[in-house]
Design a protein around this ligand. Structure first.
Ligand SMILES: *Cc1c(COP(=O)(O)O)cnc(C)c1O
Length: 234
């Protein structure tokens, strides 16, 4: 068995007791790698750039149509920073946009979804990590968005939960506390029954280096690239 299929199977076994789902992050890796992971049972793939996602969907449609339009097709998650001027190109092409990092982007997605006659499922990305450069809504912004019921203005967008990253550090206690923070933001919103949210059930956190801690802290969706596909050639 190849490294890719072996790792996919191992990860599926490891995630099972948590009821968590694996997103295989295939960015910068070719369609052959995606096909190999698919053959090992993987169905959810994550991409972080619009052009790359569209190119892969096109290539697979031509070379391996069963993977994209068969009975059990790939479900694509968009996980990268999304510019509003590219939102239109994504309409109808993702099972989930995980990286909605501002209300401005959320409005753009809603407008384009309505125009396209589709409903887009999204996660709100929050920023709790120490790095200045990471995208995401601040915790207060996230909480206020719900407390002030601004989600009610959405017409064609469904918010399914939260996504976040931990600080990029060897300090595992810091990583753990970042994940705990993300999970508790999610819980505060989910447990507020006055909001009347439906299907608000997804907590996306954990990558190759820290997914075990994320699972212990309540992740339901882990996004793993390097461990499965090897290092990326940028
Ligand atoms: C690239 C990426 C990942 C995967 O990271 P690995 O360390 O390769 O597992 C996860 N989440 C996001 C948002 C990414 O951009």
């Amino acid at each position: 068995m190849s490294h890719i299929s072996e790792t996919i199977k191992e990860l599926h076994r490891e995630l099972e007791p948590y009821g968590a789902t694996l997103v295989a992050v295939s960015k910068f890796h070719p369609c052959e790698a995606i096909a190999e992971a698919y053959a090992a049972g993987q169905r959810v793939f994550g991409e972080s750039r619009v052009q790359e996602l569209l190119a892969k969907q096109k290539e697979l449609t031509e070379t391996q149509p069963a993977l994209v339009s068969g009975e059990d097709p790939i479900r694509w998650h968009f996980i990268g920073h999304l510019q509003t001027n590219k939102v239109r190109q994504l309409m109808g092409r993702t099972a989930l946009i995980e990286s909605v990092d501002s209300e401005h982007l959320l409005s753009a997605i809603d407008t384009e979804s309505l125009r396209a006659g589709t409903v887009t499922r999204v996660l709100l990305q929050v920023h709790v990590a120490s790095e200045e450069t990471k995208f995401g809504m601040l915790p207060d912004e996230f909480l206020n968005f719900f407390a002030e019921r601004r989600f009610e203005a959405l017409k064609a967008t469904h918010i399914c939960g939260i996504m976040g990253m931990a600080s990029n550090t060897d300090d595992t206690e810091r990583v753990r506390s970042d994940f705990r923070r993300i999970r508790s933001l999610f819980d505060r919103v989910r447990d507020d029954s006055s909001l009347g949210l439906r299907d608000f059930d997804t907590v996306s956190m954990g990558m190759s280096g820290d997914y075990r801690i994320a699972l212990e802290e309540g992740s339901t969706l882990v996004r793993i690239g390097t461990s499965i596909f090897g290092p990326r050639q940028y």
